[in-house]
Design a protein around this ligand. Structure first.
Ligand SMILES: Cc1ncc(COP(=O)(O)O)c(C=O)c1O
Length: 496
């Protein structure tokens, strides 16, 4: 039952597994010892990019893939690179059994591998080691403060888009001098809060915003560091809802307007020119759009420099994609190499704002089968997680692999995996070849770490799911499941 076990649960639960297994951090340590080229290959896998977890259709599709999982030797780095792997036909997160975690916290819940989070951040960040840079994790992808704390302890900065995200970053102990504030519409109170904490940069997206920032900085007698987010008019070739770098989008200022805006900034005693940036979209699976955008920015920085405007920070945004299904995005090393090649002779510190590529593969959403049903020729698996828990499939038609917690050899079924929400658009998968489930089985929705919990809602008055992190044999609830009382908090019972 949703949340039944939550209240009684203590925060930290030691997994008392007697079996001896390689600690999940082992591949990380091994990778650190490997020469660069080999690190590139394995870290690619770590980010969930090379490994295909899709259950292929066709005769024996699941069986083949399930066997593939089962054949992985326990010590195989590939099997545990994203923290999730099978032992004796049961799914594990690092050294904690998913079934045991579900028994403790109830379902649905997000389950994170700390080793995968750390590894993904380190792989990304170290790929840029040859140039001065700061990796500012994009909080919007996953904002749990315990997760922010993991990245902060690895030296991360943060990309925020609201006062709430600034609050979270500060709660996680972030250094304000490593915070950049993006977003097309910042409210006065948000600007004031960021000024108060002296953040590193305000990514300004319009003349109107620059004016407002100047006014606020003057009124509180502070100096705001300005970085213009320009719109390089580059097609990122991604889902239209997450493409941001074309002229038709609301984001950024046209490149040709930049010089004039910097001139305005340079005349103010309360604005300091800090940088220039762009963010062309999310879930980008090719290098070319990034390369085109960076080259355009480099040209603009040179032109500005020739007119006496010197840029110290080059913010390249986020956007690197991961493999949810059969996408084949470049690994972070290739992405970094392509960027470093262009920017290495520029006298700038490069800022990066990755989100999805850091957290996407490091979590699953664990859900329980409530029932199965058939409407005519259509099969449905009704589970206890819905679009309010994971919106991506409904919102973007996104693909998430769904893996059984227990491989049972019952054969295959083609079915829609749907939630209990009263919307036909409430689905996690459509027409999916999936192991024939029965009531009470657990399913894992893979690659759910990015834009998962942050997009969760209380639609249909459904309390939001718990979040749990695992480190080797230990697990911890990092966000307790909501109860009914949370649903009505802040509401008044009596109308006028
Ligand atoms: C300004 C900005 N930076 C960074 C990101 C993170 O993008 P991603 O999660 O694709 O890396 C986003 C997301 O859209 C964004 O809008």
């Amino acid at each position: 039952m949703r949340g039944a076990a939550t209240q009684a649960m203590s925060d930290v639960v030691e997994e008392r597994q007697q079996r001896r297994c390689p600690p999940a951090a082992a591949p990380l340590r091994a990778a650190a010892r490997r020469p660069a080229g080999i690190v590139a290959r394995s870290s690619h896998t770590a980010l969930g990019i090379a490994r295909r977890s899709r259950l292929a259709s066709g005769p024996g599709g699941l069986q083949q893939n399930a066997n593939l999982f089962l054949r992985e030797p326990l010590e195989s780095a590939a099997a545990s690179m994203n923290g999730f792997w099978y032992r004796k036909k049961r799914l594990y997160c690092e050294q904690v059994s998913v079934a045991k975690a579900a028994g403790t916290v109830g379902t649905p819940f997000y389950l994170y591998s700390q080793a995968a989070l750390e590894r993904n951040f380190q792989v990304f960040d170290s790929s840029f080691r040859e140039i001065p840079h700061l990796t500012c994790y994009a909080i919007k992808a996953n904002s749990n403060i315990a997760i922010l704390r993991v990245f902060r302890s690895l030296g991360a900065g943060f990309d925020i888009v609201s006062g709430g995200e600034l609050f979270r970053a500060l709660k996680a102990g972030a250094d304000p001098q490593k915070i950049v504030f993006s977003g097309v519409g910042k409210a006065q109170e948000e600007i004031d809060l960021a000024l108060k904490h002296r953040i590193l940069l305000f990514n300004v997206e319009s003349a109107a915003e620059m004016k407002m920032l100047e006014e606020r900085a003057r009124s509180v007698r502070k100096v705001a560091q300005v970085s213009l987010r320009v719109n390089p008019d580059v097609d990122p070739r991604t889902h239209p809802y997450i493409a941001t770098g074309l002229r038709q989008h609301k984001f950024g200022v046209p490149m040709e307007d930049a010089a004039e805006l910097y001139r305005i900034a340079s005349r103010s005693r309360h604005l300091r020119i800090g940088g220039i940036g762009c963010h062309i979209g999310s879930q980008i699976t090719r290098l070319e759009p990034f390369v085109d955008a960076v080259k355009k920015l480099k040209g603009l920085v040179a032109a500005l420099s020739a007119s006496g405007i010197h840029i110290r920070h080059l913010d390249l945004g986020g956007g690197l994609g991961i493999s949810y299904n059969d996408e084949d995005p470049p690994p972070p090393e290739a992405y970094a190499k392509a960027i470093c090649e262009i920017v290495k002779d520029m006298e700038c510190t490069v800022l990066l704002e990755p989100g999805r590529v850091i957290v996407g593969s490091a979590a699953i959403l664990v859900t329980r089968v409530l029932l199965t049903k058939q409407n005519g020729s259509k099969n449905f698996i009704v589970v206890d997680a819905g679009m309010n828990d994971l919106l991506r499939p409904s919102l973007y038609g996104s693909y998430h692999a769904i893996q059984p917690e227990r491989v049972n050899g019952r054969g295959l079924w083609k079915a829609d995996v749907v939630g209990p929400v009263c919307e036909s658009g409430d689905f996690l998968a459509r027409d999916r070849e999936i192991q024939i489930p029965k009531k009470g089985d657990l399913l894992a929705v893979m690659n759910a770490g990015a834009y998962g919990m942050v997009l969760a809602s209380n639609y249909n008055s459904r309390p939001r799911a718990a979040e749990v992190i695992v480190k080797e044999r230990r697990m911890k609830v990092i966000r307790r499941r909501e109860g009914f009382i949370d649903l009505v908090r802040g509401e008044a019972v009596n109308p006028l």
